[in-house]
Design a binder for this molecule. Structure first.
Ligand code: C5P
Length: 221
């Protein structure tokens, strides 16, 4: 199969999710939100009453959680077992704990393997747009297009606080805290792939970013 695999990495609030979903829809491809996978495992950890800092216990929850991953860009629904977790994985409790859970090596190993399986299936089908922190560097180094999407810290905080209707200063502090953990952790930190196209959505705006990616892929939308 020759359907495109697109890797979109960048910090929180850079516009990754909006850009990735819209690009996937335009390509009639699948969409994989790897951050939602780490969030769903974090939900299961909290639900089990496990301390997110207890790496061994967190790893056990991750292995046993029956994570159902939706890849339809129009409706990317996630379940843990039969429980729909789309709402709770965006909540403050999960957001506060997710970077700790995502820094557990066994959790990353498990989820990266799952992500590679999903990508392999999509490569033989309609293609896939994958968003995260380590997609171009670790999960899919052979992606057809790698994008590193950024935006100024102020703009990222402004967008995220509007999205979740939260206080701007608190949102800015949370983004900074997660960015620091995500880019300094020992395993698969957020880094720019050497061959990634770097786009700053502060300057370009989301529509323009999507249009540029469509033309970089050489498809007509
Ligand atoms: O993208 P989102 O903000 O939903 O991701 C939530 C968290 O999941 C990030 O702050 C990061 O700790 C983790 N993550 C990761 N690797 C990815 C995607 C997300 O470590 N590929």
């Amino acid at each position: 199969g020759a359907a495109p695999v697109v890797a979109i990495d960048g910090p929180s609030g850079s516009g990754k999710s909006t850009v990735s979903r819209r690009l996937a829809a335009e390509l009639s491809a699948q969409y994989l939100d790897t951050g939602a996978m780490y969030r769903a495992v974090t939900w299961a950890v909290l639900e089990a009453g496990v301390d997110p800092a207890d790496a061994d216990a967190v790893a056990k929850v991750a292995v046993n959680a029956d994570l159902v991953v939706g890849t339809d860009p129009a409706a990317p629904h996630f379940f843990v077992g039969t429980v729909s977790v789309d709402g709770p994985i965006r909540g403050a409790e999960v957001t506060a704990a997710v970077s700790a859970v995502a820094s557990v090596p066994a959790v990353r190993q498990l989820l990266v393997a799952r992500q590679r399986d999903i990508i392999a299936g999509a490569r033989d089908a309609a293609g896939i747009v994958v968003e995260g922190r380590d997609i171009g560097t670790v999960v899919a180094p052979d992606a057809d297009l790698k994008v590193y999407l950024t935006a100024s810290a102020a703009e990222r905080a402004r967008r995220r606080s509007t999205e979740v209707a939260a206080d701007l200063a608190a949102t800015a502090a949370d983004l900074e805290r997660r960015d620091t953990i995500d880019s300094t952790r020992a395993v698969d930190p957020l880094t720019q792939a050497a061959d990634a196209v770097v786009l700053d959505s502060t300057e370009l705006g989301i529509d323009e970013v999507v249009h540029r990616l469509v033309s970089l892929l050489g498809v007509s939308a």
